[in-house]
Ligand binder design. Sequence first.
Ligand SMILES: [Zn+2]
Length: 367
Amino acid sequence: MTGMTPDLGALQADLRRLAEIESPSGDREGIERVMDIVEGWARDLGAQVTHLSGGTRTFELGVDGAAPPLLVLTHADTVWPRGTLEQMPLRVDGERLYGPGTYDMKAGIVGLIHALRALELQWPRGGVRVLLSPDEETGSESSRAHIEAAARTSRAALVVEPPVADTHALKTGRKGTGTFTLTLTGIASHAGNKPEEGASAIGAGAEAVLALHALARPEAGTTVSVGLISGGSAVNVIPAHCTLHADLRVSTLAEAERVEAAVLAWRPKDPRVTVEVSGGLNRPPFEEGPATLVLYEQARGVAQTLGFELGRAVVGGGSDGNFTAPLTPTLDGLGAPGDGAHAAHEHVRLDRWPSHVQLLTELLRTF
Ligand SMILES: [Zn+2]
């Protein structure tokens, strides 16, 4: 195997440049500042840059139409609001670099740039197309169509989200995620004088909670949880309104369709209470299929030559890999190792990071 060991000092310096800029989803200015730096790095490599609607950018390296390119997915947004750096400054403690947005996923972006530099302009057949999204953490509303369009014309998608927390394991599947909102409307009346004239939306809501939870099939990977509920106007009024919000996770599209059909068909016992359903699946499941496992086995072989054992796991959280997996072979978790995504102990493992950059370099060279 060729290639130099990545320079940990340079990796850290570039990570600090990105992580010192706060870029929560929706913060256009912060996100554009991060994107401008990444764009500068990409231009230094000769990238053709495109700014798409909604703020997504693509950087193409050696894309010549001779073959479909490799797609690499990245996102510039974080879950951390402005001001977080004051409470959680970037700091190194032993082998760990702590700070908001480091592990998820600014270190993934930096590792990718270093991997691309290490190719020394020898792009793989068909080239590399990097997509940088502004809104992954809030469901990719503006970037989804761009991601899907890119996936349709790429031969594989590599996602530089972090590996499974505190391991060397890649993500070879992710659950699909969705939310349902049920709005129940009954009839208000005096709880003491005319209870029979009322139709309780909260009573129907209680039935709905049990009905929704009964749709879970944990053995098949399906979970349903009503996480928010509100309703009623006063304690002595039969309540006319109740609203429920439920979180849905599924491992297969068939399960999503089963749950969706059951939610739409559900009716309260009291026919005077009406129900309106909105929402559904946001990210489809990224099912662990043979095409992904072929990529994983190749990656595992490369990791062995680099001296580490690459595991794999199917995880509950979604990523933009959920959008590409139905369209092109997808491998996720190729970012920087560490732990604490969306948590106060978010950090990158400095001792393990260079070998993952080397892994990505070799995959970009050989895929
Ligand atoms: Zn992420």
